[in-house]
Design a protein around this ligand. Structure first.
Ligand code: SF4
Length: 338
């Protein structure tokens, strides 16, 4: 049996919130996660479940109105482990993590690239800071990287400004920047959404080959359960700021435990399914985090909710062993309560 790989990153009790005119929003409400070297953790859930805020909290890139209120994020890189959240903002270790040990592909590449600098300048700068290449070597490497992410005519496009490129090309340029320093951990937030299927397949292949070469860990945020099936070793399902289920990928597809996971999987179109039957959907929408439902926050949408219990008590986190957990009252008598 394969031995579990060491955790590279450990998130424990993470709470991140935002001030709004109506009050404080708890976007991330007690997340525990581990990412292992050489493995891919896919984080899934509807929009507004806290996936992107969790990812941005790792590099402390939370917007101005937000702050990380509690928790630890421990980095177990080559040296002694340290808590990223306790570092001084000017600490060299934080600068080394951003773009060096941890590469991040943002959801909005056009907003994340500097519009008044060419993509080449941004790529070469990151290469020079984190790999020590001289200007000429960094430019040659930048052209190679742009080619590897499928940018046609990279010799010419390297001198283009982001506003001269399509959204898909900006996305690919951002992927090249995130991967340029051979990071130990790649955080990819919906990285292939704007790309056609051929380019998406190319990017996924590139990520897989880097993983095989460098034992790169990947935290991949996506809505696409097809990509999850293809890429993930482990899956974390998030709902309203919490991880409601975690499991190895095969187990989550074969035997989902949490009613939310079951509903997500049931709503995926399957080739050959009876076309006369409507595709199941999850009723309602993710609630406004300012007005969280009492008890289990999924209970107003849950097909298996128990009246008088699920709307009253917060569900226990049940540990099934083998890396499986679920926050649901239905399994109270199974596994061990975490
Ligand atoms: Fe549904 Fe109750 Fe489980 Fe929540 S605790 S997911 S409402 S069955």
């Amino acid at each position: 049996m394969e031995q579990p790989s060491r955790p590279l990153l450990e998130i424990s009790g993470l709470h991140t919130g935002f001030d709004t005119f109506d009050g404080r929003v708890r976007a991330v409400d007690g997340v525990d996660l581990e990412v292992h070297a050489g493995k891919t953790l896919c984080v899934v859930g509807e929009s507004g479940c806290g996936k992107s805020v969790t990812a941005r909290s790792i590099l402390r890139l939370v917007e101005d109105s937000g702050s990380i209120d509690a928790g630890t994020i421990t980095w177990h890189g080559d040296g002694a482990p340290f808590d990223i959240l306790s570092l001084d903002p000017r600490d060299k270790r934080l600068q080394r993590l951003r773009g060096g040990d941890i590469g991040m592909i943002f959801q909005e590449p056009a907003a994340s690239l500097l519009q008044l600098r060419t993509i080449g300048a941004q790529l070469i700068e990151t290469l020079r800071i984190h790999t020590g290449l001289d200007k000429r070597a960094a430019r040659a490497r930048a052209v190679e990287l742009l080619d590897s992410v499928g940018i046609p005519d990279p010799q010419r496009r390297i001198d283009a400004y982001p506003f001269q490129l399509s959204g898909g090309m900006c996305q690919r340029a951002m992927i090249a920047i995130a991967l340029c320093a051979n990071p130990s951990l790649l955080i990819a937030d919906e990285p292939t959404t704007a790309l056609d299927v051929t380019t998406q397949a190319r990017i996924l292949d590139l990520i897989r080959s880097l993983q095989a070469e460098h034992r790169m860990a990947v935290m991949f945020i996506t809505h696409d359960l097809g990509v999850v099936a293809e890429l993930a070793d482990e899956v974390a399902v998030m709902y309203l700021g919490r991880v409601v289920e975690r499991a190895p990928v095969d187990e989550i597809f074969a035997d989902p435990k949490h009613p939310y996971t079951k509903a997500l999987l049931a709503s995926v179109p399957v080739l050959g399914r009876d076309r006369r039957r409507d595709l199941p959907t999850i009723p309602g929408a993710v609630p406004n985090p300012l007005h969280r439902p009492s008890g289990c926050s999924f209970h107003p949408r849950c097909a298996e909710a128990i009246a008088g219990k699920c709307d009253v008590d917060a569900p226990p986190e049940v540990n099934f062993g083998g890396g499986r957990t679920a926050e649901c009252v239905l399994y109270e008598t199974e596994g061990a309560k975490a």
